[in-house]
Design a protein around this ligand. Structure first.
Ligand code: GTP
Length: 524
């Protein structure tokens, strides 16, 4: 069994052009660690093999050091370099947006005078993301632009100044000379090399050439969109774009640190590179740490009004609107769903359109409410149904939409009330840790069932099965309500610390793997 699995993985890695020495080392390590003859009966050998492969793959992409991170309150100057079309300008805005969300005072400087339209592109991206920018239509000297832009933003107290430089189609002396001059005047705290993830073996030469000209601190690999195909260990390795595999497995050996990966053309499509998450996603295990980070970025506990209301067991329509707004700020729902183990990307995409549309409709409805209605518990709509018709007219939503939204709100409001406010919830969390089968009040049970039913209606077909059916969903919800929030939930689902074996068992991820694997076979 082990030999078979190893052969599969070797083939996949060779097909991906991964260096033969690395493949050999990986094989040796797996054989050394995974001594199947010595495993007592009762231990699931398949799971053990998968866990070993997981650990070994992580070792292959993990250089053991953290890439550079900006420090808040200091002037951090980041210079972006890379060939034309690698995705530099797009990635500059993505990175700026990423740190803006983390509370940095961020800005962008365009020094690309080579490509017509480069400044317009940066300007458009930056304006959309509300990020201050500097550039010029008349100044033709990139070095002067760099000096002026950086000076301006330094004097204005920005703590992260991102400088976009121009690219060329290939590695040319002119490009490197310009890059060096800008680097000399700007004195970047960190230079980031942006590399197109689809270039395969050309990555070596490119990385070496750029690294020998400026002191590159880290790499962002773009166009990794295809890599997140779910799947069991081996099929997923094969399903992964071959060129991307080559780069991710090979460049850490050059001592080049990956900081982020670009996963699409939109501003939200940037993810920190962490070996565990990367390999986990590759194996169809979701990205738990990414999910936790995204949730932390939302700073839900800093929403004073909501927290105060929850503590009192209150949940108004205004609170609901704030929740919708928060959800929107993290980008498309599919981004979050893709991080969840067992949900294949194509399924997440399916949920995206409908979910986002519904949230927009609900927000328009809430925006048409009066202050009194917003701060209410929604009962006044039952007492005076004419309010519903008024809102339908003003919001463009239908009476049915409004009723559906009010029903959702009522369900959550009652749940908050029944759980006895935030204090009650905390008590339940404590209990939940010790009690395997948390005792619920009949009211709570009913709320939970209602919630399950409406969630089921909102989920795309097939997703319910992915989540382990109604039983899986019940377990997840019980964990959410009683087991210490998201992290507790992961722990209960057997995903604390991304333990592969329990994950495979707990989530039915191998089933998702089969699907992804088979679609790959068809493609070839
Ligand atoms: N699918 C996908 N496309 C990307 C990604 N990053 C960038 N792109 C696209 O790649 C193309 C080139 O990106 P740019 O940001 O214009 O490239 P650049 O390196 O700034 O090019 P120059 O300014 O000419 O040097 C654009 O169409 C981007 O939308 C990514 O992560 N995934």
């Amino acid at each position: 069994m082990l030999d078979e699995v190893i052969k599969d993985i070797q083939r996949a890695l060779f097909e991906s052009d991964v260096n033969a020495r690395l493949v050999k080392k990986l094989t040796e390590n797996i054989k050394k660690t995974c001594k199947l003859d010595e495993i007592p009966s009762g231990v699931n050998k398949k799971k053990l093999i998968q866990k070993t492969i997981f650990d070994e793959l992580i070792k292959m992409v993990d250089p053991g050091t953290e890439p550079w991170k900006p420090i808040k309150g200091k002037v951090n100057i980041v210079m972006f370099v890379g060939l034309q079309g690698s995705g530099k300008t797009t990635t500059c805005t993505k990175l700026a947006f990423y740190y803006q969300r983390k509370g940095f005072k961020v800005c962008l400087v365009c020094t690309d005078t080579f490509r017509a339209g480069a400044f317009d592109q940066l300007k458009q991206n930056a304006t959309r993301a509300k990020i201050p920018f500097y550039g010029s239509y008349s100044e033709t000297d990139p070095v002067q632009l760099a000096i002026d832009g950086v000076d301006k933003f330094k004097s204005e107290g920005f703590d992260l100044i991102i400088v976009d430089t121009s690219g060329r189609h290939k590695q040319e002396a002119e490009l490197f000379a310009e890059m060096k001059q800008i680097s000399d005047v700007v004195q970047p705290t960190n230079s980031i090399f942006v590399m197109d993830g689809t270039i395969g073996q050309a990555a070596d030469g490119q990385a070496k050439a750029f690294k020998s000209t400026v002191d590159i601190g880290s790499i962002i690999i773009t166009k990794m969109d295809g890599h997140a195909k779910g799947g069991g260990a081996i099929s997923a390795v094969a399903a992964t774009g071959s060129n991307i595999m080559y780069i991710t497995f090979y460049l850490p050996k050059f001592n080049l640190l990956f900081s982020f990966i670009g996963t699409g053309e939109h501003i939200h499509d940037l993810e920190p590179f962490t070996p565990k998450s990367f390999i986990g996603k590759m194996m169809g295990m979701g990205d738990i740490s990414g999910l936790i980070e995204t949730v932390k970025d939302l700073n839900l506990d800093q929403n004073k009004n909501l927290m105060e209301n929850l503590e009192k067991g209150k949940f108004t329509l205004r609170d609901m609107r704030e929740q919708f707004q928060t959800i929107q700020s993290i980008g498309p729902l599919s981004k979050v769903m893709q991080m969840m183990p067992g949900i294949p990307p194509e399924m997440a995409q399916m949920g995206d359109k409908e979910g986002t549309k519904k949230i927009k409709t609900f927000m328009c409805i809430i925006d048409s409410m009066t202050e009194k209605e917003l701060d209410s518990d929604g009962k006044l709509f039952i007492q005076q149904p004419t309010r519903i018709h008024r809102i339908a007219k003003g919001s463009g939503g239908t009476v049915m939409d409004i009723e559906e939204m009010l029903k959702q709100h009522k369900m959550f409001a009652e749940m908050v009330k029944n759980l006895g406010g935030a204090k009650g919830m905390l008590n339940q969390q404590g209990k939940g840790r010790d009690q395997k089968n948390m005792q619920m009040h009949p009211n709570q049970m009913k709320q939970m069932q209602n919630m399950q039913q409406s969630m089921q209606k909102m989920l795309p077909p097939g997703m319910m099965e992915q989540m382990g059916g109604m039983g899986g969903m019940q377990e997840m919800m019980r964990s959410m309500m009683g087991g210490g929030g998201l992290e507790g939930m992961m722990e209960k689902m057997g995903m604390g610390g991304m333990d592969l074996s329990s994950l495979m068992g707990g989530m039915g991820a191998s089933g998702a793997g089969k699907k992804a694997g088979s679609s790959r076979v068809k493609k070839r």
